[in-house]
Ligand binder design. Structure first.
Ligand SMILES: Nc1ncnc2c1ncn2[C@@H]1O[C@H](COP(=O)(O)OP(=O)(O)OP(=O)(O)O)[C@@H](O)[C@H]1O
Length: 358
């Protein structure tokens, strides 16, 4: 084994914490005259893997290749983990429900940025706005004036495309004030219809922005969507954390694995001195995650830019792709994707895809 092969196989993938050899990620190493081409294949979205390497890791690699440079080729072999399938979901590999125990914690903002980060990491991503009581995704993605297509007047909808995402939302279909008066069974019916009557196509990750809360309606909706795993968004306030716990309990009740917790508005970063101000207490998300044995997938700061960007229809991951905020969303997105893969790898066989559905 060459020095480079050895360094690569022991190299720790920064988000999952697993070595490239444990991930079976190194596909080929090709020597060219002034560079070495390294082909990696990950079981989860990780296209910007190289940007997350630490300085130490870079140094180790530089020492192994000497005067040559490394040309990284990153591909994916993302497995299907979504539950019971509807025919139009047969090519949707993973369904991630983004939930929150209470409203206003930034669930939708987190959902759009996570979806966009997964896309930027090389995955094919769809976004379903299941927050039927307050559909905000069309505005956040700047596509509020669009409508899904209805080819030949048929029942199936062609979703809207926004910033490279495949999107459908009840917000495209009904006036703003209609959705708020739906009762439980109607809400479940509408969500089921949106899910079933959209031509999703080939999708690695379908991100679903769920309505906030943990009441009967949310419980029904959690059962309507054949979810692979749920992500709970919370803020660090004690009251929000108590609601996040209810969210975890709700998914446990319907046997949906919880991939982890994302803490939003975790701290305020002083724009003058860079000081982290923990306005609402420190480590709340971490404590819940530890207590319920689920990972903390990310912690995003309270930053006016995040709010302004979604308000303008250009979420931060699109508006400033190289910013520290954007990197925070990328880390959380890759951590979520890695966790989905780990959940499926450790679990009994994934539901097989019936070829007759295609
Ligand atoms: N990290 C953040 N920093 C600053 N503002 C944020 C952050 N996250 C979200 N916001 C802002 O907080 C408000 C609520 O966010 P959002 O609509 O995403 O919450 P939600 O939990 O989905 O709410 P709802 O319960 O109404 O669906 C929005 O104005 C949004 O711009």
């Amino acid at each position: 084994m060459s020095t480079l092969e050895l360094v690569l196989s022991n190299l720790i993938e920064p988000v999952s914490g697993l070595t490239l050899s444990a991930l079976n990620a190194v596909k080929s190493i090709e020597q060219q005259h002034d560079k070495i081409s390294v082909e990696l294949e990950f079981p989860f979205a990780n296209g910007q893997f190289e940007s997350r390497l630490s300085n130490d890791q870079r140094q180790q690699l530089e020492q192994a290749v000497g005067s040559k440079s490394i040309d990284w080729q990153v591909t994916h072999a993302i497995e299907a983990t979504a539950g019971e399938r509807l025919p139009n979901l047969s090519n949707v590999k993973n369904i991630i429900a983004i939930s929150s125990g209470k409203g206003g914690v930034g669930k939708s903002t987190t959902a759009v940025n996570l979806a966009l980060a997964l896309k930027a990491e090389g995955a094919s991503v769809a976004l379903l706005d299941a927050d039927i009581y307050g559909p905000s995704l069309p505005l956040m993605l700047g596509c509020e004036n669009e409508k899904p297509g209805l080819p030949d007047g048929k029942q199936m909808m062609i979703p809207v495309s926004a910033h490279g995402l495949i999107v459908n939302s009840v917000g495209f279909l009904v006036p703003d004030d209609t959705a708020t008066v739906w009762r439980g069974p109607m809400a479940a019916g509408v969500l089921q219809q949106l899910l079933r009557d959209t031509i999703w196509g080939d999708v690695d990750y379908l991100v679903v922005d769920m309505p906030p809360g943990t009441g009967d309606i949310q419980l029904t909706l959690a059962q309507v969507v054949p979810v692979s795993a749920a992500v709970i968004v919370t803020t660090p306030q004690t009251i929000a954390l108590a609601d996040a716990v209810k969210g975890i309990a709700m998914y446990n009740k319907v046997n949906v694995p919880v991939a982890g917790v994302i803490e939003n508005m975790s701290y305020h970063l002083c724009s003058n001195c860079g000081h982290h101000d923990y306005l609402f207490g420190q480590d709340g998300g971490q404590r819940i995650a530890a207590h319920y044995e689920v990972p903390l997938l990310g912690a995003l700061p309270l930053d006016k830019v995040i709010g302004d960007d979604v308000e303008a229809g250009e979420p931060t991951v699109i508006a400033t792709p190289e910013s520290a905020l954007s990197r925070g969303y990328h880390n959380a997105a890759v951590a979520t994707a890695a966790q989905l893969w780990q959940l499926s790898a450790n679990q009994s066989p994934v539901v097989s895809i019936d070829a007759s559905d295609d």
